[in-house]
Design a protein around this ligand. Sequence first.
Ligand code: PLP
Length: 394
Amino acid sequence: MLQTIAGFDRIGEENAFAVLARATELAIAGQDIINLGIGQPDFKTPEHIVEAAIKALRDGHHGYTPATGIAPLREAVSADLLKRHGVETDPDQVLIVPGGKVTMFMAILMFGELGADILYPDPGFPIYRSMIEFTGARPVPVPIREENDFAFSAEETLALITDKTRLLILNSPANPTGGVTPRAEIEKLVAGLQNHPGVAVMSDEIYSQMTYDGMEHVSLLEFESLRDRLILLDGWSKTYAMTGWRMGFSLWPDALFNKARKLAVNAWSCVNAPAQYAGLAALTGPQDDVASMVAEFDARRQVIVDGLNAIDGISCRSPRGAFYAYPNITGTGWKSKQLASALLEEAGVATIGGPDFGTLGEGYIRLSYANSTENIKTALNRVKHFLNDNSKSK
Ligand code: PLP
């Protein structure tokens, strides 16, 4: 009998990938499936970015790079952070990693062990909890509430910190809710964190460029008082339609950078070289594609929110960021996971049940609007008819 460590009895996964697999299976079997399950832009990676990767290969950039990433890319990340957040950073603290997920993996590994507490948003990206449990640390959910417009509450977050808390995970704009936490709330949290200097903060800002209705994205990087304990997670996947390239970056405080670098050396040596050149072209080239993708998401957001609110039993707040709608479905009488599963199997619409994002997820489903307006409209029609024909409400 092979005996692996206990963490593997606790590690979870991301149900969005299981739904994607099932949706693909049904599509191959001939069913017409509209996938609003997976969170990835339906746009192509902009042409100049693709060309940069091809050119890099032709120019002979096919070997190992430094484990931390190629120097011009780390410098470009610093320049990008200055441009977007108005904050000076040292390129020597930038680590290029294979995808946004990798930063959370490293940060949670660094702080998680038996006896430690790690705070994370619930509902939230499922890998936070999965990795916390893997390490043996206690996952402490920070409730993210609909009545708070899915922003995190500084007061509730601070109240959960104890002397066991090692790491606080924040995410705004947020998956799965689309919630964006306003500046005043973030300032309150940062002020409160001054009383807890031993708590590290990992801010997942992978959707930092996707906000709507004039809502500003506030980066935790802006707060000087946190700089010696802030891990910033960001990357190319969502902003530049590059999910499959596996390109992310993180910024680490001095005390942690070398630990992160060593993990990188132990695990993947370096990120795919041509992908790094593509990432460089993305940051230094024209940003028009980003603006037009975000404008298109915004238009679809309005279609999906209006469409969902027109269905009996469903109510949906207007998400202020990312590309997810997170409607409350309690009025339908359906349980979230049963509804998501029935919609896929019987109506040909892939969505994700709220409980896949945490204990507070019951009563909600997540729909990604990273799909064409036409598909979104057809999907909503299917949901409407399905619920009319399969009513569970009195
Ligand atoms: N963080 C959040 C909140 C996400 O929603 C995702 C992807 O869905 C990631 C991180 C991971 O991004 P990547 O695909 O670059 O690993």
